[in-house]
Write a protein that binds this ligand. Sequence first.
Ligand code: ADE
Length: 243
Amino acid sequence: MKIDVLTIFPDMFKGPMETSIIGRAQGKGIVSIQTHDVRDYTDNKHRRVDDTPFGGGAGMVMMAQPFFDALEKILDAKAGEKAPDTRVVLLTPQGKTFDQAKARELSQIPRLVMLCGRYEGIDDRVRQVWVDEELSIGDYVLTGGELAAMVIIDAVVRLLPGALGDESSAEEESFSDGLLEYPQFTKPAQFRGLEVPPVLLSGHHASIRRWRRKESLKRTYQVRPELLKERNFDFDDQVLMAE
Ligand code: ADE
């Protein structure tokens, strides 16, 4: 997979995208993440990327020109004529909320292009001509799309084949089956008088599975009950919930 990020703060991506699983995935050639400084594409000598909004109001708007020129160069395409295997995503609080299903969908796309806005956003003509999809990472306002882009990249790249050491771990956890994860414990079995649930030490795999499933259901009911709505529970889950 190839990911291009358009931003005026490419340095923000340096540490996070070179560290741990994402860094290793890049090293292994599973993904290539390239940042592009939008300022390098300005056509004015002051390298200005923003201007005041038409119609008035507070703040500044990022100009269309540097984004158009950057996208034409990076995608080697005229406006609106990019390749079909490329998805252009705009990070904005006005977008649809990103979730695990969207992460799975994006992980199947060969080329992602992420547009990061700052200030009061980007001239809407960029969205009209280039953007396939607007995504938000939640109902709060960040100072720019960069952190949102990194969140999405992280969630997508870990799903790529080979990115996690243990292939099963991407699918075995929270949200892959729509429930929150059960509690985990590691050695020692006794720590400052605090015990590990005895079933986990029993070596009894069926009982352990059952205990974990029940804890997942309980935690989801307590913390995120809306995840349980509109869900069809199989017989085993219904028995666990009745206990
Ligand atoms: N830019 C500013 N806030 C954002 C958010 N919540 N999600 C995505 N991009 C953003």
